[in-house]
Every structure is written in C-alpha cells, then in structure tokens.
Design a binder for this molecule. Structure first.
Ligand code: C2E
Ligand code: CA
Ligand code: CA
Ligand code: CA
Length: 276
C-alpha cells in the first residue's frame, strides 16, 4: 500500500510538472504569435430577428499555432491575460476589426458594425487605450458606431475611477458598448443605466433550454422587457434551433447570434455569407 501511495504521488507530481511545462511552452509560443502573424479574426453574423438582416458581426479570435493547429480562445485568452499579452493582442484585434469593418461598410452596408471583446485586463493595464482607438476611428473616417466594445459583468462589478472614465470615454465618443454573457454574473440594473450600455447579450445558457413554458422563457422575456425600458437592445447568444429563434422573436428580442445562422467564419467566407 505504501508503495502504491508513492507511485500515485509521483504520478501526481509528474502530471503537474507536465502541466506546468505545457503552460510554459504555450506561454512562450504565445509571445511569438503576434510577430508570427498567427492570429486570425473570425466573424459571426448578428441577425436582426424581425427582418433577418445582417448589419452586425462579432469578431472572435483564433490562434493558428504552427504545430498544434487551431487553438480556441478559451485555451489561450486566460494565459494572455495572466502574461499581460492581452493588451497587444487586444489592440491587434481592434485594428484588424476596424480594417474589416471599413471593407464591409463599402461592400455590404454603410452602417455595418463589428463587435470586439475587451478583457477587463485591457481596461486595467492600459488605462488610456480607448483614446487611441477613438482617434484611430476619427483619423480613418470610420463612423464611431463601427465598433462595439463587448465587456463582461465582472468589469462593471469591480469598476473604479479609471474603468468608469474609460467606459464614459467610449460613450462620449459615440462608441457603443455591449454587456456580454448577461445573467451569468451579478451586474445590477443601476450599472446598466449609469454607463448607458447599448446592448445586452443574453448568455447562451438561457437560450439552450428555451421552450414555450420554461422558466428560461420567463427569464428571457423579463430581460428583454427590462432592457427595452432602459433603451437597451437585446442580442440572444447561442441560437441553434428554429424554435429558439421563433420564441426569442416572439418576446421581442432584437438580435440573435448562433449556429442556426452561421458559425464564426474567416473574413472571405463571411463576405460570401453576406452576399445575396
Ligand atoms: P463569447 O464572447 O461569449 O463568444 C461567443 C462564443 O460562443 C464563441 O466561442 C462562439 O463561437 C460561440 N458560439 C456562437 N454561436 C454558438 C452556438 O450556437 N452554440 C454554441 N454552443 N456556441 C456558440 P469562441 O469563439 O470559442 O470564443 C470563446 C470566448 O473567448 C468568447 O466568448 C470570448 O469570451 C473569448 N474571446 C474570443 N475572442 C476574443 C478576443 O478577441 N478578445 C478577448 N478578450 N476575448 C475573446
Ligand atoms: Ca462576446
Ligand atoms: Ca457571450
Ligand atoms: Ca464569454
């Protein structure tokens, strides 16, 4: 038994060591990803439910690792946040999305919008980052509403002077803000009002089991009603079935996003998707 225990112990440390080594390697590789041009933005359509029109998309980051293939964001964003690399990566995401939105505005629709995800770490580590983005939009004759910044409830919960200033900076410049993953955190209604949030994204956990008399249905309905009272548009995430789409449209949800319409696509495929 003693021997067995020691084996288990050494197995445990060995696997911990492997895990740490793996992280270390991934972290080294992550440093090379930007200079190596290994990042790509995919675009997922955001559909206006009442009309089916697509004048918006969310940009989602993909890392094409030279040997490991495509690494999904959930596997490297946390590491990018811990290492601070998220600031440079996040700026790359902004400039790439801005370049693409300009293209889509001339190819497809003049008021096309792209939303990008901005990590709380970006807000904390680069407190004047929003100013560079705003002047970039100005200098390139891009309408301010070209880019929507998606933030999480956590950012609003742990807000301080600097975060408030940045959010109000976006608002005063006319850059819209969306609250991502709504319902999974604890954001209070007063924040939605205080920061003049433009969009609220209902997290896909509430969409997954949507059916006519479900409690999730009541919840989504209440969120939509409340948001509309505050003059906030609602985007439902993770729509995978026609039934979900129909129910959300019935309760007045403004926009939808999900595999039913399209998965996130590389820019050329997304442009093809938009073509009639
Ligand atoms: P998110 O912002 O909540 O993005 C939506 C996620 O849901 C995306 O995963 C998308 O591919 C996925 N999704 C879309 N439709 C469906 C559906 O119908 N069913 C299901 N099951 N999933 C769907 P993805 O692309 O893997 O991104 C995961 C998360 O990584 C994002 O969640 C976001 O938090 C983060 N992320 C992605 N790109 C960036 C970025 O550029 N910067 C930062 N800071 N975070 C990013
Ligand atoms: Ca998002
Ligand atoms: Ca989300
Ligand atoms: Ca998320």
């Amino acid at each position: 038994a003693k021997n067995n225990g020691r084996n288990r112990y050494s197995y445990f440390t060995a696997s911990m060591q492997a895990h740490a080594q793996n992280r270390m390697r991934l972290s080294n590789d992550l440093h090379l990803a930007l200079p190596g041009q290994q990042f790509e933005l995919y675009y997922q359509p955001i559909v206006e439910l009442a009309t089916g029109q697509v004048h918006k998309a969310e940009a989602l980051l993909r890392w094409q690792h030279p040997t490991r293939g495509m690494i999904p964001p959930d596997n490297f964003i946390p590491l990018a946040e811990e290492t601070g690399l998220i600031v440079d990566i996040g700026n790359w995401v902004f400039y790439e999305a801005a370049r693409q939105v300009k293209r889509l505005q001339s190819l497809h629709h003049a008021s096309f919008q792209i939303s990008i995800n901005k990590s709380p770490v970006q807000f904390h580590n680069e407190t004047h980052g929003h100013e560079a983005w705003i002047s970039f939009l100005l200098m390139n004759d891009l309408p301010r509403q070209s880019i929507v910044v998606e933030i999480t409830e956590g950012l609003l919960m742990h807000t301080d002077e600097s975060i408030s200033a940045q959010l109000l900076g976006f608002r005063d410049a006319g850059v819209q803000v969306a609250l991502d993953d709504f319902g999974t955190g604890y954001s209070s209604l007063s924040y939605l009002k205080k920061f003049d949030i433009d969009y609220l994204k209902i997290d896909r956990i509430f969409v997954r089991n949507l059916s006519r008399n479900s409690s999730d249905m009541a919840l989504c309905e209440a969120i939509v009603m409340m948001a509309h009272k505050l003059d906030i548009k609602v985007i439902a995430e993770g729509i995978e079935t026609e039934e979900q789409r129909e129910l959300l449209q019935q309760i007045g949800c403004d926009f939808g996003q999900g595999y039913l319409f399209s998965p996130p696509l590389p820019a050329p495929a997304f442009e093809a998707y938009l073509r009639p």
